[in-house]
Design a protein around this ligand. Structure first.
Ligand SMILES: NC(=O)c1ccc[n+]([C@@H]2O[C@H](COP(=O)([O-])OP(=O)(O)OC[C@H]3O[C@@H](n4cnc5c(N)ncnc54)[C@H](O)[C@@H]3O)[C@@H](O)[C@H]2O)c1
Ligand SMILES: NC(=O)c1ccc[n+]([C@@H]2O[C@H](COP(=O)([O-])OP(=O)(O)OC[C@H]3O[C@@H](n4cnc5c(N)ncnc54)[C@H](O)[C@@H]3O)[C@@H](O)[C@H]2O)c1
Lengths: 207, 207
Protein backbone atom coordinates (compact mmCIF):
# COMPACT_ATOMS: atom_id res chain seq x y z
CA UNK A 1 0.00 0.00 0.00
CA UNK A 2 2.84 2.36 0.89
CA UNK A 3 5.68 2.59 -1.60
CA UNK A 4 9.08 1.17 -0.75
CA UNK A 5 10.76 4.60 -1.00
CA UNK A 6 8.26 5.94 1.54
CA UNK A 7 8.89 2.95 3.82
CA UNK A 8 12.61 3.65 3.55
CA UNK A 9 12.19 7.24 4.65
CA UNK A 10 9.90 6.60 7.63
CA UNK A 11 12.57 5.19 9.98
CA UNK A 12 14.80 8.11 9.05
CA UNK A 13 12.00 10.58 9.90
CA UNK A 14 11.55 8.82 13.22
CA UNK A 15 15.23 9.27 14.09
CA UNK A 16 15.12 12.96 13.19
CA UNK A 17 11.90 13.67 15.11
CA UNK A 18 13.09 11.70 18.14
CA UNK A 19 16.31 13.70 18.09
CA UNK A 20 14.23 16.90 18.10
CA UNK A 21 12.33 15.62 21.15
CA UNK A 22 15.65 14.89 22.89
CA UNK A 23 16.79 18.42 22.05
CA UNK A 24 13.67 19.84 23.71
CA UNK A 25 12.16 21.18 20.48
CA UNK A 26 8.38 21.28 20.68
CA UNK A 27 7.63 21.56 16.96
CA UNK A 28 9.27 20.41 13.74
CA UNK A 29 8.28 21.23 10.15
CA UNK A 30 8.47 19.20 6.95
CA UNK A 31 11.21 21.57 5.84
CA UNK A 32 13.26 20.90 8.98
CA UNK A 33 13.04 17.17 8.36
CA UNK A 34 13.67 17.55 4.63
CA UNK A 35 16.79 19.63 5.24
CA UNK A 36 18.46 16.94 7.30
CA UNK A 37 17.93 14.39 4.54
CA UNK A 38 18.51 16.78 1.66
CA UNK A 39 15.14 15.95 0.07
CA UNK A 40 12.06 17.88 -0.97
CA UNK A 41 9.80 19.05 1.91
CA UNK A 42 6.78 18.12 -0.23
CA UNK A 43 7.92 14.48 -0.15
CA UNK A 44 8.09 14.58 3.63
CA UNK A 45 4.62 16.10 3.84
CA UNK A 46 3.20 13.48 1.49
CA UNK A 47 4.77 10.57 3.36
CA UNK A 48 3.49 11.74 6.72
CA UNK A 49 0.02 12.28 5.30
CA UNK A 50 0.19 8.84 3.68
CA UNK A 51 0.57 7.18 7.08
CA UNK A 52 -2.47 9.03 8.36
CA UNK A 53 -0.89 11.79 10.44
CA UNK A 54 -2.05 15.40 10.12
CA UNK A 55 0.00 18.47 11.07
CA UNK A 56 -0.68 22.18 11.43
CA UNK A 57 0.84 23.78 8.32
CA UNK A 58 1.88 27.02 10.04
CA UNK A 59 3.34 25.58 13.23
CA UNK A 60 4.56 22.22 11.99
CA UNK A 61 4.26 18.88 13.75
CA UNK A 62 4.24 18.41 17.50
CA UNK A 63 7.51 16.49 17.98
CA UNK A 64 6.42 14.25 20.84
CA UNK A 65 3.17 13.36 19.14
CA UNK A 66 4.73 12.65 15.76
CA UNK A 67 7.55 10.63 17.30
CA UNK A 68 5.01 8.54 19.16
CA UNK A 69 2.88 8.09 16.04
CA UNK A 70 5.87 6.97 13.96
CA UNK A 71 7.06 4.72 16.74
CA UNK A 72 3.73 2.92 16.84
CA UNK A 73 3.38 2.85 13.07
CA UNK A 74 6.84 1.36 12.61
CA UNK A 75 6.13 -1.19 15.31
CA UNK A 76 8.96 0.01 17.55
CA UNK A 77 6.65 -0.15 20.54
CA UNK A 78 6.36 -3.89 20.12
CA UNK A 79 9.30 -5.96 21.16
CA UNK A 80 10.46 -8.04 18.23
CA UNK A 81 12.66 -10.94 19.18
CA UNK A 82 15.35 -11.73 16.68
CA UNK A 83 18.02 -14.39 16.48
CA UNK A 84 21.28 -14.45 14.55
CA UNK A 85 22.32 -17.67 12.84
CA UNK A 86 26.05 -17.78 12.13
CA UNK A 87 28.10 -16.34 14.98
CA UNK A 88 31.13 -15.34 12.92
CA UNK A 89 32.64 -11.94 12.37
CA UNK A 90 29.57 -10.31 10.93
CA UNK A 91 27.09 -12.07 13.21
CA UNK A 92 29.01 -10.98 16.28
CA UNK A 93 29.36 -7.39 15.06
CA UNK A 94 25.58 -7.27 14.62
CA UNK A 95 24.99 -8.90 18.01
CA UNK A 96 27.02 -6.21 19.74
CA UNK A 97 25.30 -3.39 17.92
CA UNK A 98 23.12 -1.40 20.27
CA UNK A 99 21.21 0.34 17.50
CA UNK A 100 18.60 -2.40 17.29
CA UNK A 101 17.17 -1.77 20.73
CA UNK A 102 15.90 1.74 19.84
CA UNK A 103 13.70 0.21 17.23
CA UNK A 104 12.04 -2.34 19.50
CA UNK A 105 14.25 -5.15 18.23
CA UNK A 106 15.95 -7.47 20.66
CA UNK A 107 18.56 -9.93 19.57
CA UNK A 108 17.88 -12.82 21.91
CA UNK A 109 20.51 -15.38 20.96
CA UNK A 110 22.97 -16.52 18.33
CA UNK A 111 23.36 -19.96 16.81
CA UNK A 112 26.35 -21.70 15.29
CA UNK A 113 27.64 -25.17 14.32
CA UNK A 114 31.16 -24.52 15.54
CA UNK A 115 31.53 -26.22 18.94
CA UNK A 116 34.18 -23.65 19.90
CA UNK A 117 31.58 -20.90 19.58
CA UNK A 118 28.67 -22.75 21.19
CA UNK A 119 28.40 -21.98 24.88
CA UNK A 120 30.10 -18.59 24.57
CA UNK A 121 28.35 -15.46 25.81
CA UNK A 122 28.53 -12.28 23.71
CA UNK A 123 27.00 -8.89 24.52
CA UNK A 124 24.63 -10.50 26.98
CA UNK A 125 23.45 -13.21 24.59
CA UNK A 126 24.20 -16.92 24.44
CA UNK A 127 25.63 -18.70 21.43
CA UNK A 128 23.59 -21.88 21.14
CA UNK A 129 23.95 -25.03 19.11
CA UNK A 130 21.99 -25.53 15.89
CA UNK A 131 20.39 -28.58 17.59
CA UNK A 132 18.53 -26.15 19.84
CA UNK A 133 17.33 -23.94 16.99
CA UNK A 134 13.89 -25.43 16.39
CA UNK A 135 12.82 -25.58 20.03
CA UNK A 136 14.22 -22.12 20.73
CA UNK A 137 12.27 -20.60 17.85
CA UNK A 138 9.05 -22.24 19.05
CA UNK A 139 9.53 -21.47 22.77
CA UNK A 140 10.43 -17.83 22.10
CA UNK A 141 8.04 -17.13 19.25
CA UNK A 142 10.87 -16.00 16.97
CA UNK A 143 9.67 -14.72 13.62
CA UNK A 144 12.73 -12.86 12.37
CA UNK A 145 16.23 -14.19 11.68
CA UNK A 146 19.48 -12.53 10.67
CA UNK A 147 21.43 -15.04 8.59
CA UNK A 148 25.21 -14.67 8.63
CA UNK A 149 26.47 -18.12 7.68
CA UNK A 150 28.85 -18.90 4.78
CA UNK A 151 27.39 -18.95 1.27
CA UNK A 152 27.50 -22.74 0.96
CA UNK A 153 25.42 -23.23 4.12
CA UNK A 154 22.89 -20.47 3.50
CA UNK A 155 20.15 -22.26 1.53
CA UNK A 156 20.22 -25.33 3.79
CA UNK A 157 19.94 -23.27 6.93
CA UNK A 158 17.23 -21.09 5.36
CA UNK A 159 15.20 -24.18 4.48
CA UNK A 160 15.29 -25.26 8.13
CA UNK A 161 14.17 -21.82 9.23
CA UNK A 162 11.24 -21.82 6.83
CA UNK A 163 10.12 -25.20 8.18
CA UNK A 164 10.22 -23.78 11.74
CA UNK A 165 7.77 -21.01 10.83
CA UNK A 166 10.14 -18.05 10.45
CA UNK A 167 8.49 -15.09 8.66
CA UNK A 168 11.44 -12.93 7.68
CA UNK A 169 15.11 -13.58 6.93
CA UNK A 170 17.76 -10.90 6.51
CA UNK A 171 20.39 -12.79 4.56
CA UNK A 172 23.96 -11.52 4.28
CA UNK A 173 25.43 -14.54 2.49
CA UNK A 174 26.13 -13.71 -1.17
CA UNK A 175 23.61 -16.20 -2.57
CA UNK A 176 20.07 -15.71 -3.75
CA UNK A 177 18.05 -17.74 -1.30
CA UNK A 178 14.87 -19.26 -2.72
CA UNK A 179 11.96 -19.22 -0.33
CA UNK A 180 8.22 -19.87 0.02
CA UNK A 181 6.00 -17.00 -1.06
CA UNK A 182 4.80 -16.24 2.44
CA UNK A 183 8.28 -15.67 3.85
CA UNK A 184 10.05 -12.38 3.39
CA UNK A 185 13.69 -12.81 2.42
CA UNK A 186 16.11 -9.99 1.86
CA UNK A 187 19.24 -11.13 0.09
CA UNK A 188 21.46 -8.27 1.17
CA UNK A 189 24.70 -8.65 -0.73
CA UNK A 190 26.77 -5.94 0.93
CA UNK A 191 29.69 -6.15 -1.45
CA UNK A 192 27.53 -6.19 -4.59
CA UNK A 193 25.85 -3.04 -3.23
CA UNK A 194 29.26 -1.50 -2.63
CA UNK A 195 30.34 -2.35 -6.17
CA UNK A 196 27.17 -0.74 -7.51
CA UNK A 197 27.97 2.35 -5.51
CA UNK A 198 31.52 2.49 -6.90
CA UNK A 199 30.11 2.41 -10.44
CA UNK A 200 28.87 5.91 -9.77
CA UNK A 201 32.34 7.42 -9.25
CA UNK A 202 32.83 9.92 -12.08
CA UNK A 203 35.02 8.25 -14.68
CA UNK A 204 33.70 4.73 -14.09
CA UNK A 205 32.07 3.07 -17.10
CA UNK A 206 28.77 3.01 -15.23
CA UNK A 207 28.83 6.65 -14.20
CA UNK B 1 23.96 6.85 -18.21
CA UNK B 2 23.09 3.37 -16.99
CA UNK B 3 20.23 3.14 -14.53
CA UNK B 4 20.90 2.29 -10.89
CA UNK B 5 18.83 -0.92 -11.10
CA UNK B 6 21.00 -2.05 -14.03
CA UNK B 7 24.16 -1.17 -12.12
CA UNK B 8 22.85 -3.23 -9.20
CA UNK B 9 22.33 -6.27 -11.37
CA UNK B 10 25.68 -6.23 -13.16
CA UNK B 11 27.83 -7.46 -10.22
CA UNK B 12 25.26 -10.21 -9.66
CA UNK B 13 25.50 -11.26 -13.34
CA UNK B 14 29.27 -11.33 -12.99
CA UNK B 15 29.08 -13.72 -10.04
CA UNK B 16 26.70 -16.02 -11.89
CA UNK B 17 28.73 -16.07 -15.11
CA UNK B 18 32.00 -16.57 -13.24
CA UNK B 19 30.41 -19.48 -11.41
CA UNK B 20 29.45 -21.00 -14.76
CA UNK B 21 33.07 -20.65 -15.92
CA UNK B 22 34.23 -22.41 -12.73
CA UNK B 23 31.72 -25.19 -13.41
CA UNK B 24 33.19 -25.67 -16.90
CA UNK B 25 30.08 -24.46 -18.74
CA UNK B 26 30.99 -22.97 -22.09
CA UNK B 27 27.76 -21.06 -22.73
CA UNK B 28 25.11 -19.34 -20.64
CA UNK B 29 21.83 -17.79 -21.75
CA UNK B 30 19.87 -14.79 -20.47
CA UNK B 31 17.30 -17.27 -19.20
CA UNK B 32 19.92 -19.20 -17.21
CA UNK B 33 21.06 -15.96 -15.56
CA UNK B 34 17.49 -14.73 -15.05
CA UNK B 35 16.48 -18.00 -13.37
CA UNK B 36 19.12 -17.68 -10.66
CA UNK B 37 17.91 -14.19 -9.80
CA UNK B 38 14.22 -14.85 -10.34
CA UNK B 39 13.90 -11.98 -12.82
CA UNK B 40 12.77 -11.57 -16.41
CA UNK B 41 15.24 -12.84 -19.07
CA UNK B 42 14.40 -9.78 -21.16
CA UNK B 43 15.81 -7.57 -18.42
CA UNK B 44 19.05 -9.54 -18.44
CA UNK B 45 19.29 -9.25 -22.22
CA UNK B 46 18.67 -5.51 -22.11
CA UNK B 47 21.25 -4.90 -19.39
CA UNK B 48 23.94 -6.85 -21.21
CA UNK B 49 23.18 -5.05 -24.45
CA UNK B 50 23.23 -1.73 -22.56
CA UNK B 51 26.86 -2.27 -21.57
CA UNK B 52 27.81 -2.95 -25.17
CA UNK B 53 28.08 -6.74 -25.20
CA UNK B 54 26.42 -8.83 -27.94
CA UNK B 55 25.53 -12.51 -27.67
CA UNK B 56 24.36 -15.19 -30.12
CA UNK B 57 20.62 -15.58 -29.44
CA UNK B 58 20.54 -19.31 -30.18
CA UNK B 59 23.64 -20.41 -28.32
CA UNK B 60 23.76 -17.81 -25.56
CA UNK B 61 26.81 -15.98 -24.27
CA UNK B 62 30.32 -17.43 -24.20
CA UNK B 63 30.89 -17.65 -20.45
CA UNK B 64 34.63 -16.85 -20.40
CA UNK B 65 34.18 -13.92 -22.76
CA UNK B 66 31.20 -12.44 -20.92
CA UNK B 67 32.87 -12.90 -17.54
CA UNK B 68 35.94 -11.09 -18.82
CA UNK B 69 33.83 -8.32 -20.33
CA UNK B 70 31.88 -7.79 -17.11
CA UNK B 71 35.07 -7.93 -15.07
CA UNK B 72 36.61 -5.16 -17.11
CA UNK B 73 33.42 -3.13 -17.23
CA UNK B 74 32.97 -3.31 -13.48
CA UNK B 75 36.60 -2.36 -12.95
CA UNK B 76 37.43 -5.61 -11.16
CA UNK B 77 40.60 -5.94 -13.21
CA UNK B 78 41.93 -2.77 -11.65
CA UNK B 79 43.13 -3.01 -8.12
CA UNK B 80 41.25 -0.53 -5.98
CA UNK B 81 42.92 0.23 -2.69
CA UNK B 82 40.53 0.84 0.13
CA UNK B 83 41.00 1.77 3.77
CA UNK B 84 38.67 1.30 6.72
CA UNK B 85 38.38 4.11 9.26
CA UNK B 86 37.05 2.88 12.59
CA UNK B 87 38.49 -0.51 13.59
CA UNK B 88 35.62 -1.59 15.82
CA UNK B 89 33.32 -4.57 15.52
CA UNK B 90 31.97 -3.73 12.10
CA UNK B 91 35.25 -2.41 10.70
CA UNK B 92 37.05 -5.57 11.71
CA UNK B 93 34.32 -7.83 10.33
CA UNK B 94 34.67 -6.05 6.98
CA UNK B 95 38.47 -6.20 7.14
CA UNK B 96 38.36 -9.97 7.52
CA UNK B 97 35.88 -10.45 4.73
CA UNK B 98 37.50 -12.13 1.77
CA UNK B 99 34.70 -11.25 -0.63
CA UNK B 100 36.28 -7.93 -1.58
CA UNK B 101 39.30 -9.45 -3.26
CA UNK B 102 37.23 -11.09 -6.04
CA UNK B 103 36.08 -7.71 -7.12
CA UNK B 104 39.53 -6.16 -7.41
CA UNK B 105 39.22 -4.40 -4.07
CA UNK B 106 42.02 -4.58 -1.57
CA UNK B 107 41.61 -3.33 1.95
CA UNK B 108 45.08 -1.99 2.67
CA UNK B 109 44.85 -0.77 6.25
CA UNK B 110 42.53 0.27 9.05
CA UNK B 111 42.65 3.43 11.13
CA UNK B 112 41.48 4.15 14.64
CA UNK B 113 41.90 6.67 17.50
CA UNK B 114 41.96 4.03 20.19
CA UNK B 115 45.61 3.50 21.22
CA UNK B 116 44.77 -0.07 22.23
CA UNK B 117 43.80 -0.83 18.64
CA UNK B 118 46.62 1.07 16.93
CA UNK B 119 49.56 -1.19 16.18
CA UNK B 120 47.44 -4.35 16.03
CA UNK B 121 47.50 -6.54 12.92
CA UNK B 122 44.22 -7.99 11.62
CA UNK B 123 43.73 -10.26 8.60
CA UNK B 124 47.10 -9.19 7.20
CA UNK B 125 46.42 -5.47 7.60
CA UNK B 126 47.78 -2.93 10.07
CA UNK B 127 45.66 -0.76 12.30
CA UNK B 128 47.24 2.68 12.08
CA UNK B 129 46.78 5.89 13.99
CA UNK B 130 44.59 8.69 12.67
CA UNK B 131 47.74 10.87 12.68
CA UNK B 132 49.03 8.77 9.80
CA UNK B 133 45.80 9.01 7.78
CA UNK B 134 46.66 11.94 5.53
CA UNK B 135 50.11 10.78 4.53
CA UNK B 136 48.91 7.21 4.03
CA UNK B 137 46.13 8.32 1.71
CA UNK B 138 48.54 10.40 -0.35
CA UNK B 139 51.35 7.81 -0.46
CA UNK B 140 49.00 4.97 -1.42
CA UNK B 141 46.69 6.87 -3.73
CA UNK B 142 43.61 5.89 -1.71
CA UNK B 143 40.35 7.09 -3.24
CA UNK B 144 37.80 4.94 -1.43
CA UNK B 145 37.08 4.73 2.30
CA UNK B 146 34.80 2.53 4.37
CA UNK B 147 33.69 4.58 7.39
CA UNK B 148 32.79 2.60 10.50
CA UNK B 149 33.24 5.11 13.33
CA UNK B 150 30.56 6.04 15.90
CA UNK B 151 27.82 8.44 14.78
CA UNK B 152 29.18 11.39 16.75
CA UNK B 153 32.59 11.14 15.03
CA UNK B 154 31.35 10.50 11.50
CA UNK B 155 30.98 14.00 10.07
CA UNK B 156 34.31 15.19 11.52
CA UNK B 157 36.19 12.24 10.15
CA UNK B 158 34.42 12.57 6.80
CA UNK B 159 35.42 16.23 6.56
CA UNK B 160 39.06 15.22 7.03
CA UNK B 161 38.73 12.57 4.32
CA UNK B 162 37.23 15.05 1.86
CA UNK B 163 40.14 17.44 2.47
CA UNK B 164 42.58 14.59 1.72
CA UNK B 165 41.10 14.03 -1.74
CA UNK B 166 38.96 10.93 -1.09
CA UNK B 167 36.42 10.30 -3.90
CA UNK B 168 33.99 7.85 -2.33
CA UNK B 169 32.89 7.08 1.23
CA UNK B 170 30.78 4.08 2.27
CA UNK B 171 29.39 5.29 5.57
CA UNK B 172 27.85 2.89 8.07
CA UNK B 173 27.32 5.39 10.89
CA UNK B 174 23.61 6.24 11.24
CA UNK B 175 24.01 9.90 10.32
CA UNK B 176 23.48 11.67 7.05
CA UNK B 177 26.93 12.92 6.16
CA UNK B 178 27.01 16.15 4.17
CA UNK B 179 29.68 16.26 1.53
CA UNK B 180 31.05 18.23 -1.44
CA UNK B 181 29.30 17.56 -4.73
CA UNK B 182 32.28 15.82 -6.29
CA UNK B 183 32.53 13.18 -3.58
CA UNK B 184 30.31 10.13 -3.63
CA UNK B 185 28.90 9.32 -0.19
CA UNK B 186 26.66 6.38 0.57
CA UNK B 187 24.98 6.73 3.94
CA UNK B 188 24.21 3.07 4.44
CA UNK B 189 22.03 2.85 7.53
CA UNK B 190 21.85 -0.92 7.95
CA UNK B 191 19.28 -0.90 10.70
CA UNK B 192 16.99 1.61 8.94
CA UNK B 193 17.13 -0.69 5.91
CA UNK B 194 16.28 -3.65 8.12
CA UNK B 195 13.33 -1.77 9.61
CA UNK B 196 12.10 -0.93 6.11
CA UNK B 197 12.31 -4.58 5.23
CA UNK B 198 10.32 -5.57 8.32
CA UNK B 199 7.54 -3.17 7.28
CA UNK B 200 6.85 -5.58 4.45
CA UNK B 201 5.92 -8.49 6.74
CA UNK B 202 2.23 -9.22 6.07
CA UNK B 203 0.27 -7.69 8.91
CA UNK B 204 2.61 -4.72 9.44
CA UNK B 205 1.03 -1.31 8.98
CA UNK B 206 3.33 -0.70 6.04
CA UNK B 207 2.61 -3.97 4.27
N1 LIG C 1 32.16 -10.11 7.14
C1 LIG C 1 31.68 -9.22 6.30
O1 LIG C 1 32.01 -8.05 6.34
C2 LIG C 1 30.70 -9.65 5.25
C3 LIG C 1 30.35 -8.75 4.25
C4 LIG C 1 29.46 -9.17 3.27
C5 LIG C 1 28.93 -10.43 3.31
N2 LIG C 1 29.29 -11.28 4.29
C6 LIG C 1 28.69 -12.61 4.28
O2 LIG C 1 28.10 -12.83 5.54
C7 LIG C 1 28.31 -14.19 5.95
C8 LIG C 1 29.06 -14.21 7.26
O3 LIG C 1 30.29 -13.56 7.10
P1 LIG C 1 31.41 -13.65 8.22
O4 LIG C 1 32.52 -12.79 7.78
O5 LIG C 1 30.79 -13.45 9.55
O6 LIG C 1 31.83 -15.18 8.09
P2 LIG C 1 32.44 -16.14 9.20
O7 LIG C 1 33.06 -17.26 8.46
O8 LIG C 1 33.26 -15.34 10.15
O9 LIG C 1 31.16 -16.64 10.01
C9 LIG C 1 30.30 -17.65 9.56
C10 LIG C 1 29.81 -18.41 10.78
O10 LIG C 1 28.78 -19.29 10.38
C11 LIG C 1 28.97 -20.53 11.04
N3 LIG C 1 28.31 -21.58 10.28
C12 LIG C 1 28.79 -22.25 9.21
N4 LIG C 1 27.89 -23.14 8.76
C13 LIG C 1 26.81 -23.03 9.59
C14 LIG C 1 25.57 -23.70 9.65
N5 LIG C 1 25.24 -24.66 8.77
N6 LIG C 1 24.71 -23.35 10.64
C15 LIG C 1 25.04 -22.38 11.52
N7 LIG C 1 26.21 -21.72 11.53
C16 LIG C 1 27.09 -22.04 10.55
C17 LIG C 1 30.47 -20.67 11.15
O11 LIG C 1 30.82 -21.59 12.16
C18 LIG C 1 30.90 -19.25 11.43
O12 LIG C 1 30.95 -18.97 12.81
C19 LIG C 1 29.06 -14.86 4.81
O13 LIG C 1 28.14 -15.49 3.95
C20 LIG C 1 29.70 -13.70 4.08
O14 LIG C 1 29.89 -13.99 2.71
C21 LIG C 1 30.15 -10.93 5.25
N1 LIG D 1 28.05 -3.18 14.40
C1 LIG D 1 27.01 -3.23 13.58
O1 LIG D 1 26.44 -4.27 13.31
C2 LIG D 1 26.48 -1.97 12.99
C3 LIG D 1 25.29 -2.02 12.29
C4 LIG D 1 24.81 -0.84 11.74
C5 LIG D 1 25.51 0.33 11.89
N2 LIG D 1 26.66 0.34 12.58
C6 LIG D 1 27.37 1.61 12.72
O2 LIG D 1 28.69 1.43 12.26
C7 LIG D 1 29.59 2.16 13.08
C8 LIG D 1 30.60 1.21 13.68
O3 LIG D 1 29.91 0.26 14.47
P1 LIG D 1 30.71 -0.70 15.44
O4 LIG D 1 29.71 -1.62 15.99
O5 LIG D 1 31.89 -1.24 14.74
O6 LIG D 1 31.18 0.34 16.55
P2 LIG D 1 32.44 0.24 17.52
O7 LIG D 1 32.17 1.16 18.63
O8 LIG D 1 32.75 -1.20 17.81
O9 LIG D 1 33.64 0.78 16.61
C9 LIG D 1 33.87 2.13 16.37
C10 LIG D 1 35.38 2.34 16.26
O10 LIG D 1 35.63 3.66 15.80
C11 LIG D 1 36.72 4.18 16.56
N3 LIG D 1 36.65 5.63 16.52
C12 LIG D 1 35.91 6.46 17.29
N4 LIG D 1 36.10 7.73 16.96
C13 LIG D 1 37.00 7.73 15.94
C14 LIG D 1 37.59 8.75 15.17
N5 LIG D 1 37.33 10.05 15.40
N6 LIG D 1 38.47 8.40 14.20
C15 LIG D 1 38.77 7.08 13.99
N7 LIG D 1 38.22 6.05 14.69
C16 LIG D 1 37.34 6.39 15.66
C17 LIG D 1 36.57 3.57 17.92
O11 LIG D 1 37.78 3.61 18.65
C18 LIG D 1 36.09 2.17 17.60
O12 LIG D 1 37.17 1.26 17.45
C19 LIG D 1 28.75 2.90 14.12
O13 LIG D 1 28.47 4.20 13.65
C20 LIG D 1 27.47 2.09 14.15
O14 LIG D 1 26.36 2.90 14.49
C21 LIG D 1 27.17 -0.77 13.13
Amino acid sequence: RLSIPTLRRLPLYYNIVRHAVDMGEQYISSSNIADVLNIDPTQVRKDIAAIGYGGKPKIGFNTKELAEYLRTFLGFDKQRNIIIVGAGNLGIALAKYEGFANQGMKIKALFDVNPNMVGAHIAGKDILSMDELESYIKDNDIKIVILTVPAKAAQNVANKLFSYGIEAVWNFAPVNISHPRNVLVWNHDLVASFVTFLQLIPGSPGA
